[in-house]
Design a binder for this molecule. Structure first.
Ligand SMILES: Nc1ncnc2c1ncn2[C@@H]1O[C@H](COP(=O)(O)OP(=O)(O)OP(=O)(O)O)[C@@H](O)[C@H]1O
Length: 323
């Protein structure tokens, strides 16, 4: 279990982590999401005592990391995959860590097998690809058989087989009752593996939620309806929990809160011809971007962004219906 209370880190004028409160629970995979520069790595460094908080606190299994007598057995972390001596073999790198923490050689062999590094374990780690380096970093994180595992961007540099392997590994670790905390700025990847999400932006907590709730909060599902009589249809569909938008003079309505089937049935009963009925789910990526829109520090710009902006402005005349 990881618990942060008002956790804060300032670098001079810059507040990298801003009064974060969250709990990461055992038995599930918790995704730690946020755009670049959101404060994820800084938070993770503070969890394992590599950075000192400017304010607040963070504990692992009820104690500050430094307060544990055998921290490696408490929390295993992958922060910088390439933080290894380049001349040392993977085996010797792991043995050095094991030796200084009273971990037997048998466990080194186990984690090498678990991470699929057997064939390269005696090779110089400096010659490893990014993907192999990631696997070695994960092997080191698992060395102490810790109850809490924390990985910063673990799928970086992994090929599709490696990505799948990570997914299965994280799920298996959580199923064993461990606390698994994984950062990423890829919502799509997190959605496949995480049960719970902690989302940050500019150092602040934006959401502490499940994947389903995040999508629901971002607008849930909408249905595009093109009909012969949008004004009449709008009247017909209005009701509690239903939101309808559409441009004046257009045949198109965007309806939230009703299924395509319900809309089609109501339109048919009223004799309104429907030319198009298209359900549109808010993707997780959209939900994430919606949530972090104001918290993104480094914006790019593409023609597609501009188109979206124009479309947004075009959707006037919003009608919500009160209960
Ligand atoms: N040692 C440091 N000195 C000064 N500023 C720092 C330092 N470390 C991080 N920062 C700043 O703090 C903010 C948060 O950085 P951090 O690396 O924690 O974000 P992140 O969410 O992990 O980003 P990314 O997804 O790009 O890895 C950034 O604006 C970064 O520039």
């Amino acid at each position: 279990m990881i618990e942060a209370h008002q956790l804060t880190k300032r670098y001079g004028e810059k507040t990298a982590v801003d009064r974060l409160d969250f709990t990461v629970r055992p038995g599930t995979v918790t995704g730690f999401l946020g755009p670049n520069g959101a404060g994820k790595s800084t938070t993770m460094r503070m969890i394992v005592g590599l950075d000192a908080p400017t304010g607040g606190s963070v504990t692992v299994n009820g104690r500050r990391y430094a307060g544990h007598s055998a921290p490696l057995q408490e929390v295993g972390a992958l922060l910088e995959a390439k933080a290894i001596h380049p001349g040392r073999s993977a085996f010797n790198h792991l043995m050095a860590q094991a030796y200084t923490h009273g971990i037997p050689r048998r466990r080194v062999e186990e984690v090498i097998a678990m991470t699929g590094l057997q064939s390269v374990a005696r090779k110089r780690a400096g010659a490893f690809s990014l993907g192999m380096g990631q696997r070695l970093g994960i092997a080191a994180a698992l060395l102490g058989d810790p109850a809490t595992i924390m990985l910063d961007e673990p799928v970086n540099g992994l090929d599709p087989e490696g990505v799948l392997w990570i997914r299965n590994l994280l799920t298996a670790l959580a199923d064993e009752g461990r606390t698994v905390f994984v950062s990423s700025h890829l919502m799509s990847e997190m959605a496949l593996v995480a049960d719970h999400l902690i989302v940050v932006g500019r150092g602040r907590l934006l959401a502490d939620t499940t994947v389903d709730d995040l999508v629901r909060q971002a607008g849930g599902d909408t249905v595009k309806v093109v009909s012969a009589d949008p004004a009449k249809l709008r009247e017909l569909l209005s009701g509690a929990g239903v939101e309808i938008s559409g441009r004046a003079g257009s045949e198109t309505l965007e309806v939230t809160g009703l299924s395509a089937r319900a809309i089609g049935t109501k339109a048919a009963a009223a004799g309104i011809a429907v030319y198009e009925l298209t359900p549109r789910s808010v993707s997780l990526e959209q939900a994430f971007m919606e949530l972090t829109r104001d918290a993104v520090e480094y914006h790019g710009s593409t023609a597609a962004d501009d188109r979206t902006a124009v479309e947004d402005h075009g959707t006037a005349e919003k009608t919500g219906s009160a209960a």
